[in-house]
Design a protein around this ligand. Structure first.
Ligand code: MYA
Length: 235
């Protein structure tokens, strides 16, 4: 059986392919590292215990350093020509900050398409704290950036965040499932106009608008999302 190949421009944003055995293990390691970070916050241990933990952490880091890293240039080279392996696609997606399941900097936040809406969900622990007991506003900005970028799944073209406007309406609690949703407002040449909301239970805590700018060429709706074009705008 021939192996499935992956193209960079067809990878869904913020979602990873089925994990390989290596990726399953990377994810478990990331979960342990995040759990360790959670434990470190206000850890009530004495100086000698902390020195011992530091030595153990240093030894682990030195072991990890002995492995090196898969080359980003080679991975991107294969993916951009549509010849990426599943592991290449995983290497790109599963370390995304906040949403990548193999990143120790991720709750993780999960992202998916639900019809014409991008949805997200995350539970932020104490490492993500801003005000006491609440999620840091900058973390929410990052979460919105990831979420809103995923509206590019509706279009051909890929670009970067140009503008992100955020209004914090109410504090967002830690250790609570937080829900996110984003919608495409309109396309204008190389620009994609997006809006988003954040909810804790029934309370909307944040609203946002943003503009994504395509790296090259105009954004176009993918065929299956052509209905998202306003009546006066061609798909
Ligand atoms: C091969 C791989 C490609 C990969 C691609 C990305 C992968 C993503 C990876 C994941 C990333 C994760 C997320 C991240 O972390 S993304 C990282 C955070 N974002 C950035 O670093 C972006 C930095 N800015 C730039 O690189 C340039 O300024 C960009 C590329 C944005 C535009 O510079 P460029 O010279 O190309 O554009 P232009 O001047 O010809 O203008 C074109 C049109 O756009 C309008 N405009 C311009 N700027 C803005 C703005 N800031 N807001 C709103 N609109 C803007 C402009 O008025 C004009 O409109 P119009 O007059 O035609 O109506």
């Amino acid at each position: 059986m021939t192996e499935q190949t992956f193209n960079y421009f067809d990878l869904p944003i913020g979602e990873s392919p089925e994990p390989t055995p290596v990726s399953e293990q990377r994810r478990e390691l990331a979960r342990e590292l995040l759990a360790i970070s959670e434990q470190l916050v206000r850890l009530d241990a004495d100086e000698s215990a902390l020195a011992d933990y530091t030595a153990q952490a240093r030894a682990l880091r030195e072991q990890l350093e002995s492995h090196g890293h898969r080359s980003m240039r080679d991975i991107l080279g294969r993916l951009i020509t549509g010849q990426g392996s599943r592991q290449d696609a995983l290497d790109m997606a599963e370390f995304e900050i906040l949403s990548g399941p193999a990143s120790p900097l991720s709750p993780p936040m999960t992202l998916w398409l639900d019809g014409d809406t991008v949805r997200g969900s995350a539970t932020f622990g104490r490492v993500f704290m801003g005000p006491p007991g609440k999620v840091h506003g900058g973390v929410l900005a990052l979460a919105l950036d990831m979420l809103m970028a995923k509206t590019q799944d509706f279009v051909t073209g890929l670009g970067m965040t140009g503008t992100l406007n955020i209004r914090y309406l109410a504090p967002t609690p830690l250790n609570t499932e937080i829900r996110f949703e984003a919608r495409l407002n309109r396309l204008e040449g190389r620009k994609l106009f997006v809006e988003a909301k954040v909810f804790a239970g029934d309370t909307q805590t944040v609203e946002a608008t943003g503009i994504w700018v395509s790296a090259r060429g105009d954004y176009r709706l993918r065929d299956r999302f052509a209905h998202l074009a306003p009546a006066d705008q061609p798909a």
